[in-house]
Design a protein around this ligand. Structure first.
Ligand SMILES: Nc1ncnc2c1ncn2[C@@H]1O[C@H](COP(=O)(O)OP(=O)(O)O)[C@@H](O)[C@H]1O
Ligand SMILES: N[C@@H](CC(=O)OP(=O)(O)O)C(=O)O
Length: 839
């Protein structure tokens, strides 16, 4: 090919349109294609791919035939025929349709005979496969040309084999541009006044065999044609509105990149963006023509323009791409070798064995080497390396461990790498933050990209993380809410109320993607409007399992960016769900105390699991609703203070009940009111038994590093234990009435003595004989700080080495759906701070 761009600089009035399989072969889209062609400027050449998945089906038909599977081969071919018919039926009528169907049969007949031959010989050579595949593009060019003609737009089906000349390499032929030009030139005058509809992907070798240019090769046909015709512009129409910041199938919030350079597009194609054939850019680099990528379904969207200049905006988006099914090979140096350096020998050996090396950390003088190769070639590559380094291995100078597979190469393509500070630093920092293990960093890649190899299972999270770190102004947090009772219900309301401000002021896009209650589950990865949740959930028919199994939803949640499981239940057994969440890379925010009160060892291993997966477990609201109790204690411990005593009224609900009792309200009435106000646990027995406060005391004690169990907490209930047996909350409230008189009398005696009833918790880490934790009712005197508490107020006093004389006191509303939900929301936002986006 010429290396002199000016020689072939685009100069003619020709325009080239290319329509991919998704545009011509998806039912309903062909009429749009036809109108785009009819509205385009002239002269126009159109390149088309095979309809939909035709090429895949033809490949399967050939493989089935080679296995001798006649029925399988026939079934694949039947799919080709059936799609061709159904699409034709949407744009052609009566006699024209009949004529077209006859043409399709004429095209398919020799292919069927070829496949019979493959069945008999049980062999499908690459050359035969190319012949089989070529029928896909030939069918679609015939169809589009006929459909245009039927609409009064003069058109002509053109088989690219009549002018595109290649070498003999089946499956990925190389084009002879001069020979092709010589064949095309005399054909062009015959296109005068007509739209030539040219087959993409296929060509003919010097020896006259049908060849193909490689998968996605129609884009390449289009740019080659533009070069040959001297066209200034090529438009590739596809099913996405341009080149996106990431594969939209992997990243839901990817968006179109308005402009990029040829080199950026080349890099994207090289590192896995399957929308381009890697050679597509070569003719454009030669001719200087611009390539437009546009969406057939959104023709008015600006799309992406690819040219020599690219995007001059320094804040332009960057694209992330991934290449899967790879393997990582290492040569580990055990001690310095005395022989020649290993790098070039390794590369030479791999090249001689025709192994593709995608990249790696390697230099001629490198003592240790990492290489990325296709997974399918990994075992062979390993054997080649072992053989090439046999001497060094025998002298124990190097080791060649077995390949590590599968891995994925994740690449950020940024033309501005050199102009923007710390691109590589941000790339690796973002991955580190979400616990993605970077297996190898690729050096030697161009200055416009940075790549690393990650485990295949981390592909989605790695691509999404890098994408949001570089391309999103907002940090998107995806929430799956379990429990929509008092706290969960208020959280839904607060999500709705605060979403706009959080986005605008703090760059946090909070998206609710799922809700689970005791009977039903709802999941919508594109987001659920919080205000509609109750109604949408009511429409879901309850499953067999009650409560529903949340684990399958975790799998879906884990594929979204910054996934968070929010537990607003007071249920038992959620710890297994948390473990599953951490393992899948999901954060947990919980108002539920029960998992934190599990046996110490179990709880510790759950914390360990979160750490091992770099996930957070926030639970500030488990003690004192949204009062900053746990964070304050963590800070005291972190900064080296020694806690001598923690004391307080941890329960807003018991606070409200005690306060009402002191005001003369009967016990049963006081409990009922606290429950109605959303202060108590679902079953108020958990409050009156002291169990709920005991759990809170245990949570704080464990924050101090005390290895205590729930049974170690000395608990004195507010009412005698024999009154706490009733399982049904309503019946329980009724039976409490029998205690009203006794309790009121007791309270009157306290009042007379100038004392107040409070439910106190005390943690004494340094008590003689070992740490002590106790909770129970106490008649405090007027000087006690708890005396002044009103309603559902809670209070925690920290007596420490630094706060000995004047304790650090946290005090305020300690119960209620609104404050607890606000605390949960604050915990979710704290998470967002660790995974900052682009701003
Ligand atoms: N960065 C990206 N931008 C846009 N599309 C991408 C990107 N990465 C992968 N794709 C995928 O490429 C597809 C378009 O390419 P392709 O399947 O070859 O389309 P066509 O059939 O039109 O030739 C999109 O539907 C999308 O799933
Ligand atoms: N039909 C060929 C060539 C091609 O480019 O198709 P599409 O434009 O639909 O990606 C293939 O599937 O590889």
């Amino acid at each position: 090919m010429s290396s002199n761009p000016s020689h072939y600089a685009a100069s003619s009035p020709w325009c080239v349109y290319k329509f991919g399989g998704s545009s011509v072969g998806t039912p309903g889209r062909l009429p749009r294609v036809l109108s785009l062609i009819s509205e385009a400027q002239r002269p126009l050449a159109v390149v088309v791919s095979a309809l939909g998945d035709t090429t895949d089906w033809l490949i399967s038909a050939a493989s089935a035939a080679a296995r001798g599977d006649e029925a399988g081969s026939g079934a694949e071919l039947a799919q080709v025929r059936s799609l061709a018919r159904s699409i034709a039926g949407t744009v052609l009528e009566s006699a024209v349709l009949t004529a077209h169907e006859k043409t399709v049969e004429q095209l398919l007949a020799p292919i069927e005979r070829l496949l019979t031959g493959v069945e008999l010989t049980r062999e499908c050579t690459p050359a035969t496969l190319d012949e089989v595949l070529s029928v896909g593009e030939r069918i679609s060019s015939e169809l589009v040309a006929r459909a245009l003609t039927a609409r009064g737009i003069p058109a002509l089906a053109v088989d690219a084999r009549t002018f595109l000349v290649t070498d003999e390499t089946a499956g990925a032929a190389r084009v002879d541009i001069e020979a092709s030009r010589a064949r095309l030139t005399p054909l062009v005058p015959g296109w005068e006044g007509k739209v030539p509809v040219i087959t993409g992907f296929i060509a003919r070798s010097h020896q006259g065999r049908t060849t193909t240019l490689g998968r996605n090769g129609s884009d390449y046909t289009a740019t080659l044609l533009s070069w040959l015709l001297g066209a200034r512009q090529v438009t590739v129409w596809t099913d996405v509105p341009g080149v996106m910041t990431a594969d939209p199938a992997l990243v839901g919030d990817a968006y179109p990149v308005p402009r990029m350079t040829y080199a950026e597009a080349l890099e994207l194609a090289h590192f896995g963006t399957r929308m381009f054939h890697p050679r597509t850019m070569i003719p454009l680099l030669e001719s200087g023509a611009a390539l437009h990528i546009r969406g057939t379904t959104e023709p008015d969207a600006p799309g992406t323009r690819i040219d020599a200049e690219g995007n001059p905006d320094p804040h332009r988006p960057t694209s992330v791409t991934s290449l899967e099914r790879l393997a990582l090979l290492h040569v580990e140096s055990l001690r310095p070798t005395l022989n020649e350096p290993l790098g070039h020998r390794v590369l030479q050996a791999l090249e001689a064995a025709r192994i593709t090396v995608w990249g790696g950390t390697l230099s001629a003088l490198a003592p240790s080497i990492s290489l990325v190769v296709p997974q399918a070639q990994a075992e062979r590559a390993h054997a080649v390396l072992e053989e090439a380094l046999r001497g060094e291995r025998e002298r124990r100078e190097v080791r060649v461990p077995p390949p590590h597979a599968p891995v994925t190469l994740v690449t950020l393509v940024a033309e501005s790498m050199g102009h923007r500070p710390n691109v590589a630093g941000r790339f690796f920092h973002a991955l580190g933050n979400v616990g993605v293990n970077v297996r190898a960093i690729l050096q030697g890649a161009s200055s416009r990209s940075v790549s690393c190899a990650v485990d295949a299972e981390d592909t989605a999270v790695a691509v999404r993380t890098v994408h949001s770190a570089f391309n999103l102004n907002e940090t998107e947090i995806n929430v799956l809410l379990v429990g929509k009772g008092t706290v969960g219900g208020r959280l839904l309301a607060q999500l709705a109320e605060n979403a706009k401000t959080l986005k605008a002021r703090h760059g946090v896009a909070l998206r609710l993607v799922g809700v689970v209650d005791s009977r039903r589950a709802l999941f919508e990865p594109r987001g659920l409007p919080p205000a509609e949740v109750h109604a949408r959930l009511a429409d879901v028919s309850p499953g067999n399992a009650s409560p529903p199994d949340v684990r399958p939803l975790l799998e879906r949640l884990s594929r979204l960016s910054v996934p968070v499981l929010v537990d607003c239940t007071a249920a038992d057994g959620l710890e297994t769900l948390y473990a599953e969440a951490f393992r899948r890379g999901i954060h947990v925010v919980a108002a539920n105390k029960k998992p934190l009160a599990r046996p110490w060892k179990e709880c510790e291993s759950l914390h360990g699991l979160a750490r091992a997966h770099f996930r957070t477990w926030h639970y500030e609201t488990t003690v004192g609703a949204s009062l900053p109790v746990i964070e304050t204690l963590k800070n005291l411990v972190r900064t080296g203070d020694r806690v001598e005593r923690i004391e307080g009224c941890f329960s807003g609900s018991l606070g409200a009940i005690c306060h009402a009792l002191m005001d003369g309200v009967p016990l049963s009435q006081a409990v009922r009111t606290a429950r109605t106000n959303g202060y108590t646990e679902p079953h108020p027995r958990d409050d009156l038994s002291g169990l709920d406060v005991a759990r809170k005391a245990l949570i704080l004690a464990r924050e101090l590093g005390l290895e205590l169990e729930l049974e170690d907490v000395a608990v004195e209930p507010l009412v005698p234990p024999e009154h706490l047996r009733e399982e049904d909350p309503e019946a329980f409230l009724r039976t409490l009435g029998s205690l009203d008189a006794d309790v009121s009398a007791q309270v009157a005696r306290y009042r007379a003595a100038g004392r107040s009833l409070r439910y106190l918790a005390q943690i004494l880490p340094n008590a003689p004989g070992g740490p002590r934790v106790k909770v129970g009712p106490v008649a405090v005197d007027a000087a006690h700080p708890a005396t002044g508490l009103k309603g559902a107020e809670a209070m925690v006093s920290f007596f420490t080495e630094r706060y000995r004389e004047f304790p650090l006191i946290v005090r305020g509303a300690g119960a209620g759906g609104d404050v607890t939900a606000a605390g949960v929301l604050a915990d979710i936002l704290r998470l967002a701070q660790n995974v900052r986006g682009r701003r």
